[in-house]
Design a protein around this ligand. Structure first.
Ligand SMILES: [Zn+2]
Ligand SMILES: [Zn+2]
Length: 89
């Protein structure tokens, strides 16, 4: 499996909701678009941005990849071993 953000091969991916459920009023059944990303990317996203910002500005993979802070993180995380549980700061 490949993380859609850092593009590393990892054993487990997590689904990130591009438009966090808390940010918009939507029906329960409709969970919205998701991307499959590794836990390191996922933790970093939610550490850097709140749900409102994610829903408004970073609601696509491209937007996330181009965001300067994420781009910096992705460049760094690509050099890390996929199996290692990376410590994000
Ligand atoms: Zn990743
Ligand atoms: Zn998420």
């Amino acid at each position: 499996m490949k993380c859609e953000l850092c593009e590393r091969e990892v054993t487990r991916l997590t689904a990130h909701h591009l438009i966090p459920k808390q940010a918009v009023k939507r029906k329960q059944a409709d969970s919205g678009p998701t991307v499959d990303i590794c836990s390191a990317c996922h933790r970093q996203i939610h550490r850097l941005f709140d749900n409102k910002h994610l829903a408004k500005e970073l609601n696509s993979v491209e937007a996330l990849k181009n965001e300067p802070q994420m781009a910096k993180f992705l460049a760094w995380v690509r050099k890390q071993k996929p199996d290692k549980r990376v410590q994000v700061h």
